[in-house]
Design a protein around this ligand. Structure first.
Ligand SMILES: Nc1nc2c(ncn2[C@@H]2O[C@H](COP(=O)(O)OP(=O)(O)O)[C@@H](O)[C@H]2O)c(=O)[nH]1
Ligand SMILES: [Mg+2]
Length: 408
């Protein structure tokens, strides 16, 4: 048994008795020789016996001889051909819809690459190697077989169905802003498994590709043309109910897209605010450092006889006063970019700033006393006390003196 495949081909089936075996055989001949491949049929207990047919095919000793199996497998739901391709059958009890069938197939698969196609020959097996080659060429994109690019077409559909399909594609493109694809409702596509890793597929919709395109937004898409051929035999499951489901799925994806856009916007806003907050804090602390320097220089000049020779306490008081004043103006102009220089406003802000600086000094001293009292080292206590006082000083001045929001 193959442990891990390179490629998993997922084919959902419901009443495809007349198509599926032939399709599997043809696909086997189209897959590049060097790829270990599993073909996974997901059948919803088709009343026409599609599931049983596949199970018998897998079990059939002739299949095994033809495909060169060496040893007897103990599970009865896979078969290996001569290139190492496995055919697996996933049986589900009830008809539960196309998306969930594809999802179930993917869950049961192991391939690094996944290819999804219908089981009614509408998706020509000749296009399978083209999809695979494109994907191997650029393994980070979704390769979509498209009916609506140059070279693509639809054969055998009545005019009404052509129109409906075209309309459905347009609704998806415009409604969901999918500008990099012409056939977003294609059911024939291939992609690397990792794309599915961070997204939750909702089985409620009808088009699997749409779910990926909206939820893995930004993923690279490559379209290759193909001719969709109406089913050879059997009946299409497209009915009014499916169309309604489709429209409500578009509505759901539209709301999903808006929600994730809002979320991205919110995250961007938060990032912008944190940058703003940090840059203001950095400016506030730079201003604080210039204040310290000014305080030091002034105190020195006044005590060492350069300008005068006054008592050091007086000199320090003048130094503190000057540094608080210069801090105030620098913060007003540079940190908080406040351009209201009316005398009443400036005076009011200045007194608040002065008051908060005094309060900061008192808090710092009290904290220092308490920390040292409770056994902390002086140096550690000093750092903690200065940090606490300067942080509260910044926040209070931001909010109360310069009337800004704390965050941002
Ligand atoms: N397992 C499973 N396969 C389904 C279901 N509905 C459709 N299919 C298969 O999905 C593929 C596309 O369905 P089809 O009726 O051909 O849709 P159309 O091509 O849009 O007309 C075919 O292989 C169907 O057999 C379902 O509910 N469960
Ligand atoms: Mg079909």
């Amino acid at each position: 048994m193959i442990e891990k495949a390179d490629l998993s081909v997922i084919i959902p089936t419901y009443n495809e008795y007349e198509n599926i075996l032939h399709l599997v055989e043809v696909i086997k001949t189209k897959i590049p020789e060097d790829l270990i491949t599993e073909i996974i049929i997901v059948d919803d207990n088709s009343p026409d016996g599609t599931g049983r047919l596949i199970a018998n095919y897998i079990d059939d000793p002739l299949t095994r001889v033809c495909t060169g199996i060496q040893q007897q497998e103990n599970s009865n739901n896979f078969a290996i051909n001569h290139r190492g391709s496995v055919v697996k059958l996933v049986c589900r009890e009830n008809k539960s819809g196309l998306i969930s069938a594809i999802l179930q197939g993917i869950k049961s698969s192991t391939g690094r690459y996944i290819l999804v196609m219908d089981g009614d020959f509408s998706h020509p097996p000749e296009t399978v190697p083209v999809l695979i080659n494109e994907l191997l060429h650029d393994p980070n994109c979704i390769v979509v077989a498209s009916r609506y690019i140059r070279g693509g077409s639809i054969r055998g559909w009545p005019y009404k169905r052509l129109l409906l399909s075209r309309l459905a594609a347009k609704i998806a493109i415009h409604g969901l802003s999918l500008c990099n694809i012409r056939d977003p409702i294609s059911g024939f596509f291939a992609f690397p498994r990792y794309i599915m890793e961070n997204i939750m597929i909702d089985t409620y919709g009808y088009k699997f590709l749409l779910e990926i395109l909206v939820k893995a937004r930004g993923v690279k898409v490559k379209e290759i043309p193909y001719t969709f051929v109406d089913r050879r035999s059997g009946e299409s499951k497209l009915d009014a109910r499916v169309m309604l489901d489709y429209l409500s799925a578009i509505g759901y994806l539209y709301r999903y897209g808006r929600k994730s856009k809002r979320l991205t916007k919110y995250k961007e806003e938060q990032r912008r605010r944190s940058v703003l907050f940090l840059s203001k804090a950095a400016r506030f602390y730079t201003v604080g450092a210039t204040g310290l320097l000014l305080n030091y220089i002034v105190s020195m000049m006044l005590t060492k006889g350069i300008v005068s020779n006054i008592w050091y306490i007086q000199a320090s008081t003048i130094g503190i006063f000057l540094s608080i004043t210069s801090n105030f103006f620098l913060n007003k102009i540079w940190t908080f970019e406040d351009r209201n220089f009316s005398s009443s406003n400036t005076l009011k802000q200045y007194s608040k700033f002065l008051g908060l600086s005094t309060l900061g000094a008192i808090v710092q001293l009290m904290l220092l006393f308490l920390l040292v009292h409770y056994g902390f080292q002086y140096a550690t206590s000093l750092i903690l006390a200065v940090a606490a006082a300067s942080v509260s000083n910044f926040l209070l001045n931001k909010k109360w003196t310069f009337r800004e929001k704390i965050w941002g």
